[in-house]
Every structure is written in structure tokens, then in C-alpha cells.
Design a protein around this ligand. Structure first.
Ligand code: URA
Length: 440
């Protein structure tokens, strides 16, 4: 078999065989297929696409390229969730304790922030003492004991994806549905859960800018899951505006606590209930309305907040900051951003807001950059709100006043004002399952 022929076949619109995909991916991981040939093939896939069967085979080969977590040592149904990434997206910290409090096991591996989007592992580490890297035995024992563990992704989970993603990133081949679907699902299949709920973000703060693209991506991922014997569903959720009011690591933990105590922002609370209900549905806990009611009861009874505390306590975290988030170390400096005019906040460029939080120190500009857990943005106004000139739109938090000028400029550039109120999209736009697409 020759790489040259495989590239030419895809270039001409052919369908690659499992043997050809295996030769390519395994050869690339082993260093036998050079970057330039892999880049040419990725571009051919970008331009020609892949069939559903081809995408599923590619995913399986990528999932098998490294560790495959066998969760059979954990009793019961295990449910995972994945978000394609957003700004202020702290749903994992809310819904995993809700679902665990309802008796469904969570053995979850999460990621760090990427670009303008945040990551669960960074948020968890903002709780002093929290360990996000624990051995497999301890991970399993914790899930068997308290029903939940959330840790960082093991270094050797789907290494083919890691190498392919790095190449896609520099060869303009990221935005391709079969490649994104296989990238995400290879990691989810390797992580071992029986059920996977996908939160596909859509809008100006997400990878997928339109709901139709997001639905196509969701359909591809649901199909891959089904072909591999996993129960998978996806919600398409809005990311034209940040979720909730807080952006930044300890700020987002505090807001997650507020939702679990029953007084979180309405948008975040609603998205979390819908995600949690769909996870419970996948786990076979009842009909969707029954699962929603179960999730709401877990919050109202305090069981879900208790589960969050158990999760952090088991991983060494100081739960005093969960009982009282005002105990989080505050940012050294803060500054209000004032509305330049009166009217309505008509729309926000969410990617720029995420970028402003990174400039404040809440995310990384380079992979090795440290994170300032207290840095970030508290939004006082969101798209659709009426504003008066001079009123605070947001408070910026950082360790150094010098960070404010650039962050404020980018933040204000993200704000669009108008005299009339905008029509806002629904928080959840569609649900994609093996049975089809339901649009809301
Ligand atoms: N997230 C991933 O893990 N992979 C992609 O290709 C895009 C988003």
C-alpha cells in the first residue's frame, strides 16, 4: 500500500477502505507517514468529504490509537457529556453532580481551555487543593464510592487525534464535519462511557456558526456513536452570547454553585436542566419530562450541591469556597466597563468577549501560559437588555491594571447597540437523536 495512492484516491472522490485508513492513521502516529502526506490527505478529505461509514471507521482507528478506558469495573450505566466549547460554559460543573445525585455514574475526563473557550479542568483547579490528575484505580474507586469523578484527559487518549488536530490547525483543515466528528468521538469512545450527550454550541462564540452546520455535525457524531454501540444524543445550544454572567475560572465555579443552590441565572439554569434531563434519559431513568423533574428535585433538595461538594472533597478540594464563594481569592484589580450610549444591547460578539477574558488572564495565549483563576469578566448586561449611557456593562477582573486597556477595547468592540430590542434565538435550538432532528 502506498500513501501516494490513498491521497490520489481521496483527491478523486473515492471512498477509503478500513485497511487504507488504518495504514494512514497508524503510519502517521508511528512517524512513518510524514506530515506533508497527511496534510495532503486531510485537505483531500476537507474538499471531498467522507461517507458516514468511512467517518465511523476513521473514528474507531483513532480511538484505538492509544489507551481505551475500560469502565466495566464501575457498576451501572456510565454517562458522559461533551461540549464543543463556548464562553461562560460551565455546564459540566452543574449537570454532572445533578446526574450523579440522581443515581447515574459519571466517570468523566474533561479538557482545559482552548483559544477563547474555557475548560472544566482549569475551572476545577480554581478550587484550592483540587487534584484533576488521579490514577485509574482511585478514579474507579471514587466513582464506585460516590458516583462521580471528573479528571483531566489522560495523555495517551486518542494520540492520533492529538497529532492530526495539530496538523489540521496549521493547514486550514479544522472546519470539516467528518474530521471534527471523528476527532471528538474518538476521544469519547476511548473514554469508555455507555451513553454520551453532546452539547453542540452554535453561534458567533462557537466553532459552528449556524444551526444547520451544528445539526450536521451532531448527526455525524450521533451516527458514529450508534455504529459503536453507544447511546448518543445531541442538543444544539445557543452561543451567540455567553452562558450565564460569569466568565473566568473561580467566577464560573461560583456561578455553578448558584445554579445548584437554586438561584443561578435563568439562561444557564435552563440549559443545565435540559442537558441533565437528556443525560438521565440516555441512562434510562424515565421519559424526558420525568428526567427533567428528577433533575429539578435533585437541585431543590440540595442533593446535587452536596454531590458537588463530595466530588471536590474526594479530589482534595477545599469545599469551604463552595459553601461560601466569597472566600475565593479575589482579583487584585477590577474595572467597570461603562455603556457608551443608551438603548438596547442588541448583540454581542461572543468570541471577542472570550478573547477579552483571555487577555485578562483567565485563559492561555500560549499552551504553557499560567492561568489567573480570579481573572475574568462579570457581565451586568446581556444581549436584549436595555442600557443607559454610563451604566456598567461588565466588571473586568485581573491581577494587574495594565491588562485592562486591551481587554476593555476588545470587550467594547464586541458590543452592538440599537434603539430597538433584538429577537433572541432560543437557548436550545434542536435535539438530534438516532430517530432524527427535533427543532425548537
Ligand atoms: N474539538 C475537538 O476535539 N476536535 C475538533 O476537531 C474540533 C473541536
Amino acid at each position: 500500500m502506498r500513501m501516494y495512492d490513498i491521497i490520489a484516491k481521496k483527491r478523486d472522490g473515492g471512498v477509503l477502505t478500513p485497511q487504507e485508513l488504518e495504514f494512514t492513521v497508524n503510519g502517521f502516529v508511528a512517524g512513518e507517514v510524514p506530515d506533508y502526506q497527511m496534510s495532503a490527505l486531510l485537505m483531500a478529505i476537507y474538499l471531498r468529504g467522507m461517507t458516514a461509514a468511512e467517518t465511523a471507521q476513521l473514528t474507531e482507528i483513532m480511538a484505538r490509537s492509544g489507551d481505551q478506558v475500560d469502565l466495566s469495573a464501575i457498576e451501572g450505566v456510565k454517562v458522559d457529556k461533551h461540549s464543543t466549547g463556548g464562553v461562560g460554559d460551565k455546564t459540566t460543573l452543574v449537570i454532572t453532580p445533578i446526574v450523579a445525585a440522581c443515581g447515574v455514574r459519571i466517570a468523566k475526563m474533561s479538557g482545559r481551555g482552548l483559544g477563547h473557550t474555557g475548560g472544566t479542568v482549569d475551572k476545577m483547579e480554581s478550587v484550592p487543593g483540587t487534584r484533576t490528575s488521579i490514577g485509574r484505580e482511585e478514579f474507579f474507586a471514587q466513582v464506585n464510592r460516590i458516583g462521580i469523578s471528573v479528571i483531566g484527559q489522560s495523555g495517551n487518549l486518542a494520540p492520533a487525534d492529538k497529532k492530526m488536530y495539530a496538523l489540521r490547525d496549521v493547514t486550514a483543515t479544522v472546519g470539516c464535519i467528518p474530521l471534527i466528528a471523528s476527532s471528538i468521538m474518538s476521544k469519547k469512545l476511548a473514554a469508555g462511557s455507555d451513553c454520551i450527550l453532546l452539547d453542540v454550541k452554535t453561534g458567533n462564540g462557537a466553532f459552528m456558526k449556524t444551526s444547520e452546520e451544528s445539526i450536521e455535525l451532531a448527526k455525524a457524531m450521533v451516527d458514529i456513536g450508534q455504529r459503536h454501540g453507544r447511546r448518543v444524543a445531541a442538543l444544539i445550544t445557543d452561543m451567540n452570547t455567553p452562558l450565564g454572567h460569569n466568565i473566568g475560572n473561580s467566577l464560573e465555579v461560583a456561578e455553578s454553585v448558584a445554579v445548584l443552590k437554586g438561584h443561578g441565572p435563568a439562561d444557564l439554569t435552563e440549559v443545565c436542566y435540559q442537558l441533565a434531563a437528556n443525560m438521565l434519559l440516555l441512562a434510562g431513568k424515565g421519559t424526558l419530562p420525568e428526567c427533567r423533574a428528577m433533575a429539578e428535585r435533585a437541585v431543590a433538595s440540595g442533593a446535587a450541591f452536596q454531590k458537588l461538594k463530595e466530588l471536590f472533597a474526594a479530589q482534595g478540594g477545599d469545599t469551604r469556597v463552595l459553601d461560601d464563594p466569597s472566600l475565593f481569592a479575589p482579583a487584585k484589580a477590577s474595572r467597570d466597563v461603562l455603556a457608551p450610549r443608551s438603548g438596547f444591547l442588541y448583540a454581542t460578539d461572543t468570541e471577542k468577549i472570550g478573547g477579552a477574558s483571555v487577555l485578562l488572564g483567565a485563559g492561555r495565549l500560549k499552551k504553557e501560559d499560567p492561568i489567573d483563576f480570579a481573572a475574568g469578566i462579570v457581565l451586568h448586561k446581556k444581549a436584549g437588555d436595555r442600557v443607559q449611557a454610563g451604566e456598567p456593562l461588565a466588571t473586568l477582573c485581573a491581577d494587574d491594571e495594565a491588562r485592562f486597556a486591551a481587554a476593555e477595547e476588545l470587550f467594547l468592540d464586541a458590543m452592538q447597540f440599537a434603539d430597538q430590542a433584538p429577537a433572541l434565538p432560543p437557548l436550545v435550538l434542536a435535539r438530534v437523536t438516532v430517530d432524527g432532528v427535533e427543532r425548537f
